[in-house]
Design a binder for this molecule. Structure first.
Ligand code: NDP
Length: 447
């Protein structure tokens, strides 16, 4: 590590102890942008790095709710309004028992640069709670969401801070959150994205992250003279991102063979076709069941408890579950098994040692802040449609999404070349996103 990175990280860790995932996210960016600081002293003079890692505002609150048996529970509520240099705070809400300040700061920090890459005017934010929607009744989820919004409503707004979904927050939760926001504010505005189709949601928003991550893989392959067609694909997770990643792989002629949840994973060597995907969508989104039920319906497939998806031989890998799900050993297994492309649907799913293995071995590697930016980009398109009070067709939104993913890839590709590391899309994404936000911060003075 250089002195520049060492000194900065030592200070960050001292000021923000016990926030390991946040340290991890910042570390990667600081390593990438050292060269930018060498070429442009204005960023050091403007203390841009010191300012960009400090959220503009952090909101912490109590969320009490009552379960179906009448027992009272208390959860932690968070919203990190991280950076508004290029637009209103924008980023999802996560509901998962592992949620804490460090996780949301890592996600919010990533979101700043990701949103800058989308070409749309959105700042970075993230929020959520340690509430676990799994195993809760619809009424319990509703009571929690209403209680959460009873505090959050005073901090957000269509021109201030526009939340969306993330792990544990899908259409059901957005509906409950939006309903309480509308009641408390007495206004119907585009304050959330990922809304239902009947009440301001955009076509393709549910599909966008999964489609985008697949488009990004296709762009990386295209630049290397290849395509996804005919390739076997590993997909982890079975939630929103994973489902639509599988769908787009099928559209592009690839063969997805795995899917997983936090209990275990399925390998289906015959391929997960459209009928099987429809079964998974019903199982996860309607019945809220576990992925192991797949093998009861499709006995040729194999279910294994625990982790292990990345040890399966395939041509392409799409981590779509959670952070740090690809270990260094997994990354090595992917390389050794001849995998050609890794495109990240989940946020920061590969540990730093794993990223280094991909880069060293010249893997076509699309880091999450670029590869999964299609979700927030389409949220930006939903915001535009809400402001214009009209809605675009499915084809129009998909075309815009596709063009945005191509533009993100081009920024990553060209910036990596400009800074002397061709093919390193980690550097490309970090530098391109950083420079846009940093220049905007300099324009706006010390605020
Ligand atoms: P969902 O809640 O719809 O699905 C999450 C999936 O990941 C589930 O299959 C879940 O399994 C699995 N999972 C969650 N935590 C773990 C864990 N600790 N270990 C193993 N598996 C786990 O979330 P999304 O699909 O929306 O999000 C998935 C990833 O994509 C996250 O990293 C999110 O930040 C990222 N992302 C999402 C965007 C979006 O638009 N939704 C946009 C950009 C990024 P189980 O059911 O057992 O919990």
């Amino acid at each position: 590590m250089s002195k520049f990175v060492d000194d900065f990280m030592a200070n960050l860790k001292a000021k923000n102890p016990a926030e390991e995932t946040f340290h991890q996210a910042v570390h990667e960016v600081v390593e990438s942008i050292e060269v930018v600081f060498e070429r442009n002293p204005k960023y050091a003079k403007g203390k841009i790095l010191e300012r960009i890692v400090e959220p503009e505002r952090t909101i912490l609150f109590r969320v009490p709710w009552v379960d179906d048996q009448g027992e009272i529970h208390v959860q932690k509520g968070f919203r990190i309004e991280f950076n508004s240099a290029i637009g209103p705070y924008k980023g999802g809400l996560r509901l998962h028992p592992t949620v804490n300040l460090g996780i949301l700061k890592f996600l919010g920090f990533e979101q700043i640069l990701k949103n800058a890459l989308t070409t749309l005017p959105m700042g970075g934010g993230k929020g959520g709670s340690d509430f676990d929607p799994k195993g809760k009744s619809d009424n319990e989820v509703m009571r929690f969401c209403h209680s959460f919004m009873c505090e959050l409503f005073r901090h957000i707004g269509p021109d201030t801070d526009v939340p969306a979904g993330d792990i544990g927050v899908g259409a059901r939760e957005i509906g409950f959150l939006f309903g309480m926001y509308k009641k408390l504010r007495n206004e119907f505005t585009g304050v959330f994205t990922g809304k239902g189709r009947n009440w301001g949601g955009s076509l393709i928003r549910p599909e966008a992250t999964g489609y985008g991550v697949t488009y990004f893989a296709e762009e990386m392959l295209k630049a290397a003279g290849d395509t996804l067609k005919g390739k076997t694909c590993l997909v982890s997770g079975s939630g929103n991102v994973a489902q639509y990643c599988v769908e787009k792989c099928l559209d592009l002629g690839a063969k997805p063979i795995t899917i997983s949840d936090s209990s275990g994973f399925i390998v289906d060597e015959d391929g997960i076709d459209r009928d099987k995907l429809a079964f998974v969508m019903d199982l996860k989104n309607v019945k809220r069941g576990r992925i192991k039920e797949y093998v009861k319906k499709y006995p040729n497939a194999k279910y294994t408890e625990g982790v292990g998806v990345w040890k399966i031989k395939a041509d392409a890998a799409f981590p779509c579950a959670t952070q740090n799900e690809i270990s260094a050993e997994d990354a090595q297994a992917l390389v050794s098994n001849g995998c050609k492309v890794v495109s990240e649907g989940a946020n920061m799913p590969t540990v730093p040692e794993g990223v280094n293995i991909f880069i060293k071995n010249k893997m076509l590697y699309g880091p999450s802040k670029a590869a999964n930016a299609g979700g927030v980009a389409t949220s930006g398109l939903e915001m535009s449609q809400n402001s214009l009070r009209l809605s675009w067709t499915r084809e129009e939104v998909d075309e815009k999404l596709h063009n945005i993913m191509k533009a993100i890839f081009k920024q990553c590709h060209d910036t990596a070349e400009e800074y002397g590391t061709p093919g390193n899309y980690v550097n490309g994404a970090n530098i391109a996103g950083f420079v846009k936000v940093a220049d905007s911060m300099l324009d706006q003075g010390v605020v």
